[in-house]
Design a protein around this ligand. Structure first.
Ligand code: NAP
Length: 479
């Protein structure tokens, strides 16, 4: 088995200290790859390469930058099956979802190829006759991007594409569980012909690499997706050199099913938002509030839908729910289920780890529905990041908005109702960056994605992401 390498200054390199890291399939426990495992010293090499490439890349025309991004879009689309299989292999995601993720990544490269050409400035009427006010937008500089394992291709694209489009150079540090998809994506970046140093890949020790990013004066911006805990560490560290920072952090999404909802549509939406990626999504439903008048009917329908979903190795095309990423994730999910049970929750479906037969060597938890859930249970307080759906009841609109907002998180929320006035009222009252109304699958390339409160700062997606990588410069022109 070849050892996967890092990519810096246009070259494939091993770790400075020669360390490597093994990658396992979470569905089978099989060894599926080995990669270079670097640290801060490797990050410094990558930072130097990115800094050296910055003057050339930032002064290239937007059309030229777009040309490389378009080529990358074509390559990612052409290799979509292979990339999707890698995603499924190293993090267990069902193939259908993995393909959707890869096409989403391709779409980001296409969108930002176009957006590169729309970095407009402004002229503002001056208060004095012999002056002109010009506003220009310029790339912030070298960007350090850090991504999690749950979307190993698209999380990378959502940072790298707008950064490159705006004229920044990038160093990516992907999650240690999913380096294989990142390496393959960088092979395509190399094939697309980007100049050396424009996009760099560093793999390895997260704290040491993070420190190198934080301490470097050359790095002008950190773009991070991951846990709120690490996001806070990076934000504190970024203060040392007053770096720009954008953070896509944890969530605790409430979903509200009102009595006037189309229950079948709500079941489909809740299933999608809860069990996609086995519940390992930041925008996953974490608390489901169902109006007391429709609670029993809704839970019955949902149970039937969940029971029909096949659990297994994501590479099996009939599988809808794959494994969790590792043993630690299984332990956390089981702790949440056990805590809820011990405090009086009822298990309507699932509730246990799957350990027999095809599940014996993987990290599988049965998709679970809990009722009689109370706000003091861990499932209502911490992000579960697994296929567990706690169901609570409510009786009126004001009460449920209050309960839904009662969390430090503010990423995504969902409501199901047929009443337009209620939909608008509640969407406005929810303290969340994203609200799905009769929609359980809210992500689109062109739409702003990001959270309020402890779910983050800044936005990815659409033209909003470009602002994260651009400085505003005011030129006062005396005549
Ligand atoms: P994590 O532990 O915070 O890891 C995310 C990334 O940060 C990984 O690349 C990780 O490297 C790296 N990292 C860990 N410690 C670091 C440090 N001290 N300095 C610098 N980098 C460090 O999060 P995760 O468990 O992988 O991902 C799940 C979390 O991400 C959940 O909370 C989820 O809600 C959140 N998420 C948010 C969004 C969003 O858009 N808001 C999207 C997806 C996921 P290693 O893998 O090597 O540890």
């Amino acid at each position: 088995m070849d050892v996967g390498k890092m990519y810096m200054g246009g070259e494939w390199v091993e770790a400075v200290h020669g360390d490597t890291w093994k990658v396992y399939n979470p569905a089978t426990g099989d060894l599926v790859g080995e990669v270079a495992f670097g640290d801060g010293d490797d990050a410094k090499r990558a930072i130097d390469a990115a800094a050296q490439a910055f003057p050339g890349w930032s002064s290239a025309t937007a059309r030229e930058r777009a040309k490389y991004l378009l080529k990358l879009h074509d390559l990612v689309r052409a290799h979509r099956d292979e990339l999707a299989e890698l995603v499924s292999l190293e993090m267990g995601k069902p193939l259908r979802e993995a393909k959707g993720e890869v096409l989403g990544a391709a779409d980001n490269f296409l969108w930002y190829a176009e957006e590169a050409k729309r970095v407009y400035g402004e002229t503002i009427p001056s208060s004095v006759p012999n002056k002109r006010i010009l506003v220009m937008r310029q790339p912030v500089g070298v960007v350090a991007a850090i991504t999690p394992w749950n979307f190993p291709v698209n999380m990378v694209a959502r940072k790298v594409a707008p950064a490159l489009a705006s004229g920044c150079t990038v160093i990516l540090k992907p999650a240690e569980s999913t380096p294989l998809s990142a390496i393959r994506l960088f092979e395509l970046i190399a094939e697309a012909g980007f100049p050396p140093g424009v996009a760099n890949l560093v793999l390895g020790k997260p704290d040491s690499i993070g420190e190198a990013f934080i301490n470097s004066e050359k790095v002008r911006k950190i773009a991070f997706t991951g846990s709120t805990r690490v996001g806070k560490l990076l934000m504190e560290g970024a203060a040392k050199t007053v770096k720009r920072i954008s953070l896509e952090l944890g969530g605790h999404a409430p979903t509200v099913v009102f009595a006037d909802a189309d229950l079948d549509a709500a079941v489909a939406g809740v299933f999608e938002s809860k069990y996609r990626a086995s519940g390992q999504q930041c925008i996953c439903t974490n608390r489901l509030f169902v109006h007391e008048d429709v609670h029993d009917a809704f839970v019955e329908k949902l149970k039937a839908r969940v029971a029909a979903a096949k659990v297994g190795d994501g590479r099996d095309k009939s599988v809808e729910i794959g494994p969790l990423v590792n043993e630690r994730a299984v332990e956390k999910v089981m702790r949440h289920i056990d805590d809820a049970r011990s405090k009086g929750a009822s298990v309507v479906h699932g509730g246990s780890r799957l350990t027999e037969g095809e599940y014996a060597k993987g990290f599988f938890v049965a998709p679970t529905i809990l009722t009689n859930v109370q706000a003091n249970m861990l499932v209502c307080q911490e992000e579960t990041f697994g296929p567990v759906l706690p169901v609570l009841t409510f009786s009126d609109e004001e009460e449920v908005v209050r309960m839904a907002n009662d969390t430090p998180y503010g990423l995504a929320a969902y409501i199901f109702t047929q009443n337009l006035s209620r939909a608008m009222r509640v969407a406005e009252a929810l303290e969340y960056g994203i609200v799905g109304v009769n929609d359980g699958e809210v992500t689109q390339t062109q739409a702003p994605f990001g959270g309020m409160k402890e779910s983050g700062i800044g936005r990815e997606g659409g033209h909003y992401a470009m602002d994260e990588f651009l400085e505003v410069k005011f030129v006062s022109l005396g005549l």
